[in-house]
Design a protein around this ligand. Structure first.
Ligand SMILES: NC(=O)c1ccc[n+]([C@@H]2O[C@H](COP(=O)([O-])OP(=O)(O)OC[C@H]3O[C@@H](n4cnc5c(N)ncnc54)[C@H](OP(=O)(O)O)[C@@H]3O)[C@@H](O)[C@H]2O)c1
Length: 211
């Protein structure tokens, strides 16, 4: 399959790329002009999120789009750049008739079915008051994904690690599922690729954590 990755220039990128290549997919990575990124055996399309032609080049013909876009800079700029970038790629997905979107979010983006889980709610409150521009972007990003007419799955993570072995994952809304805080990027990448041909979490936002 042809899979287009956004946010793969960040720390989760190598895990996503390696998982995709291992499964035999053709991988396209959209990289911002400013991003120092190079990787073997993937197609790289460079552009900015205001560049509809570059976005179309990256997305057209894809069987699915996976996004690990998230706040990198601190302080995070105001104006919700991650939500806007995601809206831009969703608009181009619609134009190119690409339906499947699997995007990473965080426990800070609450789901209506969540119940109280202190290890998720406490960081969310701290982010809300200490890093309001990040908080606002995360909340708006979740709205953008939920309101899209794509076949979306929003994968919510607590705290990402680079643990290299997988002992399995916990999946489900917070407060109703036995979760750890940490999720390895390896488990995240596997879960995202598993969703490409699964409709188990269509229009859902499961929390996931490593066992
Ligand atoms: N780190 C954690 O503990 C944690 C916890 C929960 C959820 N998450 C989520 O997991 C995902 C992956 O995390 P990570 O640690 O791998 O992320 P990361 O290393 O910070 O990478 C973030 C990606 O987003 C892109 N990006 C950042 N700011 C952008 C902007 N203004 N416009 C467009 N693109 C932008 C970066 O592109 P450039 O290379 O061009 O900067 C990069 O590809 C993110 O969605 C993050 O929110 C992370």
């Amino acid at each position: 399959m042809n899979i287009t990755l956004f946010g793969a220039t960040g720390k989760t990128g190598p895990y996503l790329i390696e998982e995709g290549l291992k499964r035999g997919h053709e991988i396209t990575v959209f990289a911002r002009q400013s991003s120092r990124f190079d990787y073997k055996n993937v197609r790289i399309v460079r552009g900015d999120f205001t560049d509809a032609i570059a976005l179309h080049e990256a997305i057209n013909g894809a069987d699915a789009v996976l996004s690990a876009l998230g706040p990198t800079q601190f302080p995070h700029p105001k104006g919700e750049p991650i939500a806007h970038a995601t809206q831009a790629l969703i608009d181009i997905m619609a134009q190119a008739q690409v339906r499947r979107l699997i995007a990473v979010s965080t426990g800070t983006a609450a789901d209506p079915d969540d119940r109280y889980d202190m290890k998720i709610r406490l960081p969310a409150i701290l982010i809300k008051y200490l890093m309001p521009s990040i908080y606002q972007d995360i909340v708006t990003l979740a709205q953008v994904i939920r309101q899209s007419d794509r076949d979306w799955t929003m994968v919510r993570a607590g705290f990402l690690t680079n643990r290299s072995n997988s002992k399995g994952i916990n999946v489900g809304v917070y407060g109703k599922t036995r979760h750890q805080l940490a999720l390895s990027r390896l488990d995240l990448a596997k879960f995202m690729f598993d969703q490409i041909e699964s409709d188990s979490y269509l229009a859902k936002a499961p929390g996931i954590s490593s066992c």
